[in-house]
Write a protein that binds this ligand. Structure first.
Ligand code: TYD
Length: 212
């Protein structure tokens, strides 16, 4: 469901190595320069449920159903304690992953994508802007390796290929933008910033003459 709060919810999705955290840092600086309060966060969170999920990624995975259950608890807590209060204060919330990641990573034979989507959309506010940073998994894995990180249990090549396709399938949503994340960082930032500025103007958080 779309929210009616005064702030702006911007979600970044894409496989690991797509550059989500770099772009969030940069768009956060843009918001600050515009005089807007900006709150950056990520899912899974570092709260009690998120921690269980991260541990599961490090030591082999839980069942998809158990991951889904924990993610719903984590997301509810995140929305109640951080996302909704920030949106109520008219802040811009920049989110590194949201329920589109649940559809990408938790759907399987025993848990359908439709079920995951319905369970989330029953309580989670829809974003005002969904930025899908798209790149081939081979490129993502190479970037993870280059920064010295080891892929976790969610990051096998076949899984990432599937996740990429799921993310791309959301590109047709009215609030989504698909961005080629193989381009250099500045080009990606330019596209993401343009989409953010448009969304801010649509929500009247930013006037066309530049006054906020
Ligand atoms: P990640 O962005 O890699 O966080 P960090 O870099 O802090 O470890 O997220 C951890 C993993 O969680 C990621 O590989 C994808 C997975 N994940 C899901 O499986 N379902 C979800 O709904 C979310 C939000 C993340």
């Amino acid at each position: 469901m779309s929210h009616t709060l005064p702030g702006l919810l911007v979600v970044f999705e894409g496989i690991d190595g797509a550059g989500k955290s770099t772009q969030i840092r940069r768009l956060g600086l843009l918001c600050e320069a515009l005089g807007l309060e900006c709150v950056s966060s990520r899912e899974p969170t570092f709260g009690q449920y998120g921690k269980q999920l991260r541990d599961s990624a490090a030591h082999g995975r839980l069942s998809r159903a158990e991951e889904h259950r924990l993610l719903l608890l984590d997301r509810r807590e995140h929305i109640d304690t951080l996302i909704r209060p920030a949106l109520m204060r008219s802040a811009v919330v920049l989110l590194d992953r949201y329920y589109y990641s649940s559809i990408a990573y938790q759907a399987g034979p025993e848990l359908s994508a439709e079920q995951i989507r319905a369970d989330n959309e029953a309580f989670a506010p829809a974003p005002d802007l969904l930025l899908i940073l798209d790149l081939p998994p081979e490129t993502g894995l190479a970037r993870i390796g280059a920064r010295g990180d080891r892929p976790n249990a969610f990051e096998a090549l076949a899984t990432l290929q599937h996740c990429r396709e799921v993310y791309r399938s959301f590109a047709g949503l009215a609030y989504a933008r698909l961005i080629d994340a193989t381009a250099d960082l500045d080009q990606v930032t330019a596209k993401a910033s343009a989409a953010l500025l448009r969304a801010l103007m649509t929500r009247r958080l930013l006037q066309v003459d530049g006054n906020t």
